[in-house]
Ligand binder design. Structure first.
Ligand code: SAM
Length: 288
């Protein structure tokens, strides 16, 4: 019998093909194609728009690093805004911090939230948490209408810049986030893979540097994503991400963690020379 597979386009000329144990869900929503299947290699997997977004096996490398690097660099984050993040993994990490009073998550596609509750319950475990406030709507609109200086941290856990997420990668969106952040606030958008999408990472950092006092990229291993090495861009209104890491707060959450450590936090900002050059100058890795 022919094997069922899912072909994940890494780029237009490269594919990662998953052998599938079981196909669970497929629906074309108002916003995107949503698929859930069990990959032999990665376990339960969510694909959006035909692209792998979350896998059971490697999701912690993405969610723990997106959340804890800014949350432990900020001295006292009370209000956190998550844009996108429909699987719930980032929310699960944010609400672990005792100082966080409210985590607002704005996800455009309710179907993603519902399928993740059913098929990725480890990720979707915090939607009913007392600090969690889930809003189904467009993250761009939410930020445009939000009060100035009303959040300590904004995490952009969006799909790549296609469809509804395109506007979340613009300079005007980053400017709106700057307005909404309190003094000392931090914005961290997921910012793609340097190896395959160097130009995209370079552009994101360039736009952020036009607005924020300090902008640095950091890396995380997310094996199922293009190249397996993902970037996040740390943009702050003051304060460097490795200057003051809250070790006491880290100790509180450490028993729950599978990936993040404060040593890794520091190391994540040390980039290979060719990656740094790509981010700074736009020269693609291995091509200049
Ligand atoms: N870790 C993932 C990745 O980079 O592949 C991101 C996962 S998370 C499921 C991405 C979410 O962003 C999706 O559920 C999608 O519906 C949501 N999204 C895209 N555009 C959005 C927008 N304008 N406002 C709010 N959510 C948005």
């Amino acid at each position: 019998m022919a094997k069922i597979t899912f072909r994940d386009p890494i780029t237009k000329s490269l594919i990662m093909e998953h052998e599938i144990q079981k196909w669970h869900f497929s629906q074309e929503t108002e916003f995107q194609q949503v698929d859930v299947f069990e990959s032999v290699e990665f376990g339960m997997t969510l694909a959006l728009g035909g692209v792998v977004n979350v896998t059971e096996r490697d999701e912690v490398g993405y969610h723990e690093m997106l959340a804890h690097v800014p949350l432990l660099s900020h001295p006292d984050p009370k209000r956190v805004l998550i844009i996108g993040g429909g699987d719930g993994g980032t929310l699960r990490e944010v609400v672990k911090h005792s100082c966080v009073e409210e985590a607002v998550m704005v996800e455009i596609d309710e179907v993603v939230v519902n399928v993740c509750k059913e098929y990725l319950p480890e990720c979707a475990s915090a939607f009913d948490h007392e600090k969690a406030n889930l809003i189904i709507g467009d993250g761009l609109k939410y930020v445009e209408e939000a009060e100035s200086e009303s959040f300590d941290i904004i995490l952009v856990d969006s799909t790549d810049p296609v469809d509804a997420a395109v506007e979340l990668f613009t300079e005007s969106f980053y400017k709106e986030c700057h307005r909404v952040l309190k003094p000392g606030g931090v914005l961290v958008p997921q910012s793609d893979a340097v190896f395959h999408y160097g130009k995209r990472v370079h552009d994101i950092v360039k736009k952020l540097r036009n607005i924020y006092d300090s902008v640095d990229c950091y890396l995380s291993f997310v094996t199922g994503y293009p190249s397996g090495v993902w970037t996040f861009s740390y943009a702050s209104k003051g304060g460097h991400p490795t200057e003051q890491i809250d070790e006491a707060r880290f100790k509180e959450i450490e028993p729950t963690l599978k990936y993040y450590s404060t040593d890794l936090h520091r190391a994540a900002f040390v980039l290979p020379k060719s990656y740094q050059r790509c981010i700074e100058e736009g020269v693609e890795v291995g091509k200049g």
